[in-house]
Design a protein around this ligand. Structure first.
Ligand SMILES: *Cc1c(COP(=O)(O)O)cnc(C)c1O
Length: 310
């Protein structure tokens, strides 16, 4: 039995009218853990458990750590999430609400991650937030579902942080006979580690993340995501934080669903000047979700970006 749930592919009348294309949202925001991460992490946890793991360890205070906590509860397996002091009280309590133990250690993720690795014993499995083929295999199930839910899109749009979602989407397209369906890989300026790596033709380590889209805040993408750009039609699109926030507001208005800017960025990409987009009649947007947002936080971002052009 899968840890994730099957999500609807919602035909969006509002976005179809405004873009002149058939726009479908794959509603990953509806996963019980609030994001698509339930798929890959749920799958990886199941496999690790079948191989004998008796505890899961994560160092993500974001959607990945929350997904590990959720998967642990589903699989009746203890979870430890080590987070830095900067992790919000809300994120900590969400993770605890799934029955996981939260250990606060260090000032940055690097220190928390080092502590998490120190805790590892032979009975533990470490869950990486994006760089694990088991995760990609699990994420790919969203495309398996899409194939049953109304057929082949001309284009898929997804967000890129560390690139795990992108790897899963491409794997899903391939295994459903859609290896020719192009993908727009969307990021915010200030978290654009994929765009920069594509330009350089090699992995790029961003000196810092300056975007508010913290779920996209991997300073370096996984090697596989870069490789895939040689094997699959992938176009990188970078939008501003302001545009990502505006898209979150639009999605809330049109569909009454609250998502992170890390997800809004993929919706904002519908307005980009992209060759793939011009050639597409039907578009599937992965509405990847995220629990790192509240109505109050969205209002605060709106005020922060009110004066800025999109
Ligand atoms: C993790 C995450 C991303 C980025 O996924 P990667 O696999 O790191 O590229 C985007 N949006 C949300 C809401 C996420 O949780």
């Amino acid at each position: 039995m899968a840890i994730h749930i099957e999500t609807p592919a919602l035909a969006s009348r509002a976005y179809s009218l405004r873009s002149g294309k058939d726009v479908r949202f794959k509603m990953e925001a509806l996963q019980p853990s609030g994001s698509f991460k339930a798929r890959g992490i749920g799958h990886a946890c199941q496999i690790y458990k079948s191989r004998g793991a008796r505890r899961f360890i994560s160092s993500s205070g974001g959607n990945a750590g929350y997904a590990v906590a959720y998967a642990g509860r589903m699989l009746a397996t203890p979870v430890i999430v080590v987070v830095p002091a900067t992790t919000s009280e809300r994120a900590r309590s969400l993770i605890r609400s799934e029955g996981a133990e939260v250990i606060v250690h260090g000032a940055s993720w690097m220190e928390a991650n080092a502590r998490a690795l120190e805790l590892m014993t032979a009975a533990d499995a470490f869950l990486h937030p994006f760089d694990d083929p088991l995760l990609w295999d699990g994420h790919a199930t969203m495309i398996d579902e899409l194939a049953r839910q109304g057929g082949r899109p001309d284009l898929v749009i997804c967000s890129v942080g560390g690139g795990g979602l992108l790897c899963g989407v491409v794997e899903g397209l391939r295994r459903n006979g859609w290896a020719d369906v192009p993908v727009i890989a969307a990021e915010t300026a200030g978290a654009d580690s994929y765009a920069q790596a594509l330009r350089a033709g090699a992995p790029v380590l961003l000196p810092e993340i300056t975007s508010i889209a913290t779920s996209l805040g991997a300073r370096q993408v996984c090697g596989r995501a870069l490789e895939l750009a040689q094997e699959h039609p992938i176009e990188s699109v970078v939008v501003s934080d302001a545009a990502a926030v505006a898209a979150c507001e639009d999605v809330l208005l049109e569909h009454r669903i609250l998502v992170e800017p890390a997800c809004g960025v993929s919706v904002a990409a519908l307005d980009s000047d992209s060759e793939f987009l011009r050639n597409a009649r039907s578009v599937a947007v992965i509405l990847c979700g995220g629990v790192g947002v509240t109505a109050a936080q969205l209002a605060q971002w709106r005020a922060q970006f009110a004066a800025q052009p999109l």
